[in-house]
Write a protein that binds this ligand. Structure first.
Ligand SMILES: [Zn+2]
Length: 111
């Protein structure tokens, strides 16, 4: 059984307008009245963030497989696109794939 994340954490990144140095704070910190970032002998108030909306979309689960099985399953899909087993094998050389979906996606985006 695969478990889904119980919560997502977000951090806010602000850049110094002068030197572009990045500062990371939490949403809670951004809400503190007068919260500021000090950089380049200046003090910059941060724009508070009220709410962040995040929509999670889940990827398909990979079931652990041997490389041979992964190539076989990927080829089953890719043969519909007229690719040969040799092309798939050559593509996989020196790469690691945990599942055939990932291999198919990479193979097709490389073509
Ligand atoms: Zn700065």
């Amino acid at each position: 059984m695969a478990i889904k994340p119980a919560r997502v954490s977000v951090e806010l990144h602000y850049n110094c307008p002068q030197c572009n140095e990045e500062y990371t704070i939490t949403i809670e910190e951004s809400k503190i009245p007068g919260f500021s970032i000090k950089c380049c002998s200046e003090s910059y108030l941060v724009q508070p963030v009220d709410k962040v909306n995040i929509k999670l979309t889940f990827d398909k689960l990979c079931s652990p497989n041997t490389e041979k099985d992964i190539i076989k399953s990927a080829f089953r899909v890719l043969s519909d696109y007229q690719y040969t087993k040799k092309e798939v094998k050559d593509f996989v050389r020196n790469k690691y794939y945990a599942c055939h979906q990932q291999l198919v996606r990479d193979f097709l985006s490389a073509k």
